[in-house]
Design a binder for this molecule. Sequence first.
Ligand code: ZN
Length: 440
Amino acid sequence: MNSVDPAAIDVSTVVDVCADLIRIDTQNFGDDPRTMPERPAADYVVEYLKRYGYDPVIIESKPGRANVILRVPGSDPELPALVVHGHLDVVPAIREDWTVDPFAGEVKDGYVWGRGAVDMKNMDAMILVVLADMKIRGWQPERELIVAFFADEEAGGVWGAQWLVDHHPELFEGATEAISEVGGYSVRVGDETVYLIQTGEKGMDWLTLTAHGRPGHGSQVNNENAITKLASAITRIGEWDWPIQLTDTVLTLLLKVSEITGVPFSEDPKDLGALVAELGPAAPFVGATLSTQANPTRLGGGYKENVIPGSATGAVDMRPLPGTEDEAHAIIEDLAGEGVDVSSIVRTTGFEVSFETEIVERMSQALLAEDPAAIIVPYLMSGGTDNKPLKSLGINGYGFVPMALPADFNFSAMFHGNDERIPVASLEFGTRALARFLAS
Ligand SMILES: [Zn+2]
């Protein structure tokens, strides 16, 4: 046990650290040359940690694409290690679409503004401030920590978490669980404050459709037109009605929301829609987890009005429910039909972890200590995080960035949105709750 009260942490610096990180432009455009290296942000993290006597290492997957790794011994060496991770890259921001400079790290009206303020330089800053506090006041986390700041999360982690898992799995040796982004935040449901802990992620299957046909003159009869075939396939896929299938996580969540609000629960899609709506700003996150989604996202083909091309291509972004990845892929192949090839460009497997675990209990205790009226529920995420590659090492990942948010704050719109910002009070709350959680 620590004799230091973790909640007495000085949280006054977390805003500055978050703003500093926002000022380091780490926009990730994927393969595009506009992608900014994470190295300057990694250097900042390393310098910060060294100031407090830590010895982190930088591991570059390729020049500039930097990850930071640090092991922090736990007070109980018998316990398995916990991975605490954040990513250093951010999605691009277009200056004209914002009311502030997205990379100025402005603090005004009670918010820290800028790209990364919620995704996820907020958590990066919270982790750093808690680690600093451990040294300043002399306390230890109970479990050994493997602290990781990853590159490239916003482009699938190819040069970040996935690369480290593939090339340096030993870095994560001894870890059984992980915490990271998109969970632990509050929403108002009825009269209650509900905290959503992320206990699963849908799969992802980015598909290319290629229709083959008979090329020829645009004036002639052609019943093997690649453009027509592709358009039909895309329409069938886009209009496909995926059945509602409630996973354990989604079922637990919706039953809880029903209990709080009195809105009846049944498998009727209308009732489910009403329940999801009760989640307010989190509804877009949850609404997409009742079934698989497959959205057509690109169409291309042809080069002249009077020439029928021999082929045409389209793209589909499919997010299958965890455990249904193969089945969903087969459905897409069926819908695409004869003469249209389907291939996966990026394909990941979803997962679901238990909500009835000791680590969730500790998350709950940390939240309840800060907000005694908190109701804690699990949810499934429709997108993906770096917890996915870690899962392939047998590490169960949770979304836990503790944040008490104002009831009218549209949190889900902040992710990859314009005028991304985080309330200062939420950052400070989160830092205290994270310290409590790590100390417990
Ligand atoms: Zn993120």
